[in-house]
Design a protein around this ligand. Structure first.
Ligand SMILES: CC(C)(COP(=O)(O)OP(=O)(O)OC[C@H]1O[C@@H](n2cnc3c(N)ncnc32)[C@H](O)[C@@H]1OP(=O)(O)O)[C@@H](O)C(=O)NCCC(=O)NCCS
Length: 163
């Protein structure tokens, strides 16, 4: 929501939070643009705000990448002060549930830089398998870098597949 600007900008403008991400650190304009998009209703997407004590401390999303193939992708970001409390794992697990139960996806993917140990661990704890190591796959602030690909199939999802 527009009223969440200060909370969102606090983590989205933090260079440490953005270190392994292709976006950021956000300018004020970047965060306004992000919030405009985040509140839009987009078919095949859940965009979530992560709240702690009424404060927005992160954002997360799962979205459809192909309706033909039944595939989607997810991503998550937390304010640095809230790392190491298990929030990332809880959020990723909820995104997976939404992807399979609500969006009806057959497969969900996620990517992270090889150096992003925390993100890779969160994905593994959320049922993802590491499926590949793509060389020179992304450009982050002008530097070409590798990317890990993780995937999870609805067929392997342990929970019931009804909402
Ligand atoms: C990645 C991120 C979401 C992790 O969230 P988190 O809430 O700290 O993760 P959790 O507390 O659920 O930790 C899950 C596991 O990862 C480990 N972990 C988390 N961050 C770690 C780090 N920087 N280095 C090593 N291990 C780490 C935890 O120890 C825990 O492992 P364990 O259960 O085996 O003890 C958070 O660091 C973040 O927002 N980073 C910046 C944005 C980002 O990189 N997003 C992902 C883009 S691909």
């Amino acid at each position: 929501m527009p009223g969440d600007f200060a909370d969102v900008h606090a983590f989205a403008s933090d260079p440490v939070v953005c270190l392994h991400q292709a976006w950021g650190p956000n300018t004020v304009e970047d965060t306004h643009e992000f919030l405009d998009d985040a509140v839009a209703v987009v078919d095949g997407r859940y965009q979530l705000a992560i709240l702690s004590g009424g404060v927005v401390v992160g954002s997360a999303a799962v979205w459809t990448t192909s309706t033909v193939h039944g595939t989607g992708e997810l991503g998550f970001t937390l304010h640095r002060d809230f790392w190491g409390r298990g929030y990332g794992t809880l959020v990723a697990q909820e995104l997976v549930r939404l992807g399979f139960h609500r969006l009806g996806l057959e497969r969900v993917a996620a990517t992270c830089r090889p150096e992003n140990i925390g993100s890779a661990r969160v994905l593994e704890k959320s049922g993802f398998r590491r499926e590949g190591h793509l060389r020179d796959a992304v450009v982050i602030r002008g530097i070409r870098q590798d990317s890990l690909v993780f995937g999870q199939r609805a067929a392997d999802y342990p929970g019931p597949l009804s909402p």
